[in-house]
Design a protein around this ligand. Sequence first.
Ligand code: KIV
Length: 274
Amino acid sequence: MSTEIRIKRITTRDIRARKGAEPLVVLTAYTAPIARLLDPVCDILLVGDSLGMVVYGMETTLGVTLDMMINHGKAVVRSSSKACVVVDMPFGSYQESKEQAFRNCARVMAETGCAAIKLEGGRELAETIRFLVDRGIPVMAHIGLKPQAVHAAGGFRAQGRLDAEAEAIRADARAITEAGAFSVVVEGTVEPVSRALSAEIGIPTIGIGASPACDGQVLVIDDVLGLFDDFTPKFVKRYADLRPLITQAVETYAAEVKARTFPGPDHCFGMPKK
Ligand code: KIV
């Protein structure tokens, strides 16, 4: 008899049921080795389109393609067994019509094996979210600061300072909840607005720069590990600084190659040990 214990993957229903309970731990993951490391500690692994900036060196997320998201989504699903994996839909893959959104979301879910998709938008996407949810696609929404709308918004800046803006974000939160989203990322939003909308909607809010009033928190893993330093938003906390470690490791490698001390006998086939 096998003694193997299979850990059940966290589902979107489990996530939804965590509203008001223990905070949700969410990190981005884009690759197999990082997914393996994060899986035991995270409730959700988000294959975010931030990969365009942190993995591919793009200036914004706008150039990310569906194929990129699918390839990274596959790697993360394959290399995790516990966390709920959510894949971001890239810019232009869901805004045109609800039919276009369904076609592309269904492709992402079928090809990656992820549990849900994420898309950026509030009231303007409520009909699309309802269409997807009714057809079996669990949706995480993303409101407040929306990086895919960076040009329309005139840059990356905190949302909700003006009364009209605050009311619009709260209306977005209500609309995507009524449309059937199972959770929502709230990005770059001032504390009173994050607090108010977290209290008034019945699905978990996952904050990034949106205060501890949210039902969970998400960060970009490269920011957490100090691997991305093109810019550091105020809401990022760096928990480790891996860049000097990597630099030191590769400099030592280079020095040993040049001195012919690597590879040594332990790393060679048929080389006599002294
Ligand atoms: O793309 C991403 O990584 C995200 C998170 C920052 C929430 O959307």
